[in-house]
Ligand binder design. Structure first.
Ligand SMILES: *Cc1c(COP(=O)(O)O)cnc(C)c1O
Length: 419
């Protein structure tokens, strides 16, 4: 195939052709990128018994879950519906690690009935597990190590005022409950939030678990959660996985020797595995020259990609339909009636109405955080696998918006219509 070098391709498939075939706005994921990331992680941690539990909430499409499963990856979930999706994707219950935070105990009961594994996030839940299951349910315990790491405060989870996990300062209370009911503790978990800065910061959290492990002689794994930082633009700092692998492997091997047994080392990456694989393709509706700047209005917004507004996230933007146009400065904004800037003061190849822009790094927390705000449809999703684009989610329709709404007619006598 003759590729036009100026065009943006994913595995040889021109994104403009996908825009044509599937319509806009459109999420497109590159399976090769996901597979490459899995490989990077596996080789960086080849010196330990590594288990990767993909954090499904980052990108929850059932076909993505199936892709993960086909590559030997397990799954980490945070809700009963993510459990149902993972089961639908063919995961065995014991490949599913459920790490709920503040959910109803009835939901946890349902989850355990399905046979999944559980990380316990609070002392009351631990007590409840003891009362309901005695010594019959092996659990992991989520610890809050009180280490402030990570980027935006909204994604920090390990600091002292974070709602997540059981405080390391309650170590004795955890142990008292565990002993009272003989709860089998098979794992310890930390997830200190997204975007930790370097291996040393990560190791501080690991040390907390190594120390705590001496309370629990029957452990099978230590689960270090996630928080791998991904580069969103040129020059951005990202987690050096090779360096992390080397340092964590050494520390973990030392720990295992000390502990007396080789345990499994778990990670639960979401963003790291899928962020770079995704682009959001959007259509330019209007180019508006205001006195101070030029706005590009696109057929998308915070309803499809909320990260720029919610986390001040930077997503690189490319004009894929005019890749050789002269560079100019634009602010790219959405069509939502709310400020929804997707990119401020960006240098883009000349943008004209009808152009197609690509927002990069849109694989993680893109579609999965999308909504119907402004009664807009959520986009379709396409996965490019072995050089072929597959539609993995249809674009919504007006029927989808109305599906659960119940109309009441208030004229004359009241009538209730069920569609
Ligand atoms: C969200 C989450 C992850 C994944 O975090 P990323 O930053 O996307 O890698 C892992 N573990 C738990 C418990 C989570 O809630």
């Amino acid at each position: 195939m003759q590729l036009n070098q100026n065009r943006y391709h994913i595995q040889g498939v021109d994104v403009l052709e996908m825009a044509e075939e599937f319509g806009l706005p459109l999420y497109v994921y590159d399976a090769d990128k996901i597979i490459e990331k899995i490989g990077t992680l596996q080789s960086a941690f080849s010196g330990v018994q590594l288990k990767i539990k993909y954090a499904a909430k980052a990108l929850t499409n059932v076909s993505i879950l199936k892709l993960m499963r086909s590559r030997g990856i397990d799954v980490e979930v945070v809700s009963i519906n993510e459990i149902r999706l993972a089961l639908l994707a063919g995961f065995d219950p014991d490949q599913i690690m459920y790490t709920p935070s503040g959910v109803a105990f009835t939901e946890i009961e349902d989850a355990l009935a399905l046979g999944v594994r559980l990380n316990v996030d609070s002392l009351p839940l631990l007590e409840w597990i003891g009362q309901h299951y005695g010594n019959r349910k092996p659990v992991g315990i989520r610890i809050n190590p009180h280490i402030a790491e990570g980027g935006n405060v909204k994604i920090q989870t390990g600091h002292v005022d974070s709602k997540f996990g059981i405080s390391i300062e309650q170590r004795n209370q955890i142990r008292a409950i565990v002993e009272q009911y003989s709860i089998p503790v098979i794992g310890l978990h930390i997830h200190t939030g997204s975007d930790f800065k370097n291996a040393d910061a990560f190791l501080k959290g690991a040390e907390v678990l190594f120390e705590l492990a001496s309370d629990y002689p029957n452990l099978q794994f230590l689960d270090f959660g996630s928080g791998f930082k991904v580069a969103y633009r040129e020059g951005d700092h990202s987690t050096d996985i090779v360096d992390l692998g080397r340092k964590v492997t050494t520390a973990f091997q030392n720990f295992c020797q000390h502990y007396g047994r080789e345990l499994e080392l778990w990670f639960e990456p979401g963003k790291f595995l899928v962020s770079e694989s995704g682009v959001l393709l959007v259509h330019v509706n209007v180019v508006k020259e205001n006195p101070t700047r030029t706005f590009v209005g696109v057929d998308s917004g915070l309803n499809h990609l909320i990260r720029p507004m919610m986390y001040d996230a930077y997503h690189e933007i490319l004009n894929v339909s005019n890749p050789t146009g002269e560079k100019q400065t634009y602010s790219v904004v959405g069509y939502i009636c709310e400020t929804d800037t997707l990119g401020w003061d960006r240098s883009l190849n000349q943008v004209r109405p009808g152009d197609v822009l690509a927002l990069k790094n849109a694989g993680a927390y893109g579609f999965s955080m999308s909504s119907n705000y402004n009664s807009r449809f959520r986009p379709a999703e396409v996965l490019v696998y072995e050089g072929k684009p597959y539609l993995i989610r249809r674009r919504e329709t007006f029927e989808d918006l109305m599906r659960n709404q119940i109309e009441i007619d208030f004229e004359e006598e009241i009538t209730v219509k069920n569609n």
